[in-house]
Design a protein around this ligand. Structure first.
Ligand code: GDD
Ligand code: MG
Length: 432
């Protein structure tokens, strides 16, 4: 990939936000070394991106999406990535999860790709959270709460247990497998540029096409993200004293983090998750209050925003859904200790204008989940492994990896085949 080097940046304490980077070539071939063009553009070899993707878990959160769409996204994920699917699809009256399971199993077998699959509302997952010391994620029924962030938290723990260094997210409702593939290459490109082990890559969609008056219109900003970006930028500007428009990815559903960073952020519930990442970075590593992580303060956090070339075709959200998302995003900023009274007032006005909030209504704070770092990972693994489905995987022709003499367990240790956590050997898998 040939990609622009960061030109503009904005610092906020230990965080460095780089301005959006353009991609000049999606595949720049087999380069022996990074190729620099006037210090402005770098060519990253296929091997370099491959090496990073090999250490990456790609998470696809699913809630009742059409199979065609889910499959399309899976087709776009490079073979070297571990795929993790956390589904919150209904099990009644039709067991959608069972249908997904069968399709994903067939996909994993045909593509020889390793896929982990679990249902977010499986009681065993809830039990694992309780026993591992993280009960915050459970609802009144004693199950993991509904929500995209909640599914992402399950997946982040699995990525960590699988020994991965990076975790990237791709929505399941994408009509274009090629776009999903591009995002995963851009995640790798961002991490190739990163100097800190605490880094994040966020995709800025080149456009979100929609039909307007019978014609294709390539919208630049989503209906929520225009507000989210504005207020995040205002928040940063207040502290730096210089107005900025550096944040263009406040709602980036397509984003990736190093596990080192992912485990140290707190999380906003549901669709607040992406804007809350920025809020959490500013609060924890912005230097306004003492940071819980002096090590991160020393090394710094890098936030890359990469502009994709493919348009983003996804299932269009209903107006009410977009309003909920706007409310979640702006409430996350409103609830931050960094938010000024003036900005709070502006957010309230915006919520009244663009959502169902009435003047005088209190802004409901977004639920927050603490960082995952304190989870007892061994306990979590021991509890969840009975239910985790590890789809078949036989390395056909490993490129950089030597075939292990003993089969690898999914989290990286080695065990004889009979101890495979799905309860089956990798040669004779069957869907449950
Ligand atoms: N596991 C799980 N659990 N997945 C979920 C849940 C849930 O409760 N709810 C939604 N998902 C999945 C969907 O199936 C889809 O793959 C993805 O999360 C995004 O959900 P959408 O409902 O398609 O969200 P959106 O398109 O309105 O918004 C997306 O883009 C925004 C930026 O424009 C999301 O990624 C937002 O988080 C993002 O801010
Ligand atoms: Mg969507």
């Amino acid at each position: 990939m040939r990609i622009e080097l960061p030109r503009t940046r904005e610092r906020f304490g230990a965080n460095v936000f780089f301005g959006p980077l353009q991609v000049y070539e999606l595949d720049s071939g087999l380069l022996a070394e990074p190729e620099y063009e006037n210090g402005a553009i770098v060519g990253l070899s296929y091997e370099r991106l491959h090496e990073i993707q090999r250490q990456m878990a790609v998470v696809v959160p699913v809630r009742g999406e059409r199979l065609r769409l889910i499959e399309g996204v899976l087709f776009g994920i490079p073979n070297q990535c571990l795929t993790i699917i956390v589904s919150n699809s209904p099990r009644e009256p039709v067991d959608r999860f069972r249908i997904e399971q069968q399709a994903i199993y067939a996909f994993a077998r045909h593509s020889r790709k390793r896929v982990l699959l679990i249902h977010q509302r499986d009681p065993v997952v809830a039990k694992a959270f309780v026993e591992a010391g993280y009960p915050e994620l459970l609802d009144g029924d004693g199950l993991v709460r509904h929500g995209k962030a909640e599914g992402m938290l399950v997946a982040t723990i699995l990525a960590h247990l699988a020994g991965k260094r990076y975790v990237g997210f791709v929505d399941a409702d994408n009509y274009s497998p090629g776009a999903a593939h591009e995002y995963l290459c851009e995640y790798a490109a961002g991490f190739a540029l990163a100097e800190s082990q605490y880094s994040m890559v966020r995709i800025l969609w080149q456009s979100k096409p929609k039909i307007v008056d019978g014609h294709m219109y390539f919208a630049r900003w989503g209906r929520t993200s225009r507000f989210t970006n504005y207020f995040l930028n205002q928040l940063i500007s207040h502290y730096t004293g210089f107005e900025t428009d550096i944040v263009g990815t406040g709602n980036a559903g397509e984003h990736a983090l190093t596990l080192d960073l992912a485990l140290r952020l707190d999380y906003g519930a549901g669709y607040a998750v992406e804007p809350h990442h920025i809020v959490s970075l500013l609060e924890r590593f912005g230097g306004e209050r003492e940071s819980p992580d002096p090590q991160v303060m020393r090394e710094g956090v890098e936030i890359f925003q990469i502009e994709s070339r493919n348009p983003h075709f996804h299932k269009a959200g209903e107006h009410g859904h977009v309003q909920d998302m706007t409310r979640a995003a702006l409430s996350s900023i409103h609830g931050s200790y960094l938010c000024t009274e003036d900005l709070r007032r502006q957010i309230e006005e915006e919520l009244v204008r663009h959502t169902t909030m009435e003047p005088g209504d209190a802004v409901k704070p977004v639920r927050r989940y603490p960082p995952l770092l304190d989870v007892d990972f061994d306990v979590f693994r021991a509890t969840v492994e009975e239910r985790l489905q590890v789809m078949p995987f036989q390395p056909a022709q490993p490129i950089h990896e030597e075939a292990p003499a003993r089969r690898r367990r999914w989290w990286g240790g080695t065990q004889p085949a009979r101890d495979h956590p799905s309860g089956e050997t990798e040669e004779s898998p069957s869907p449950r």
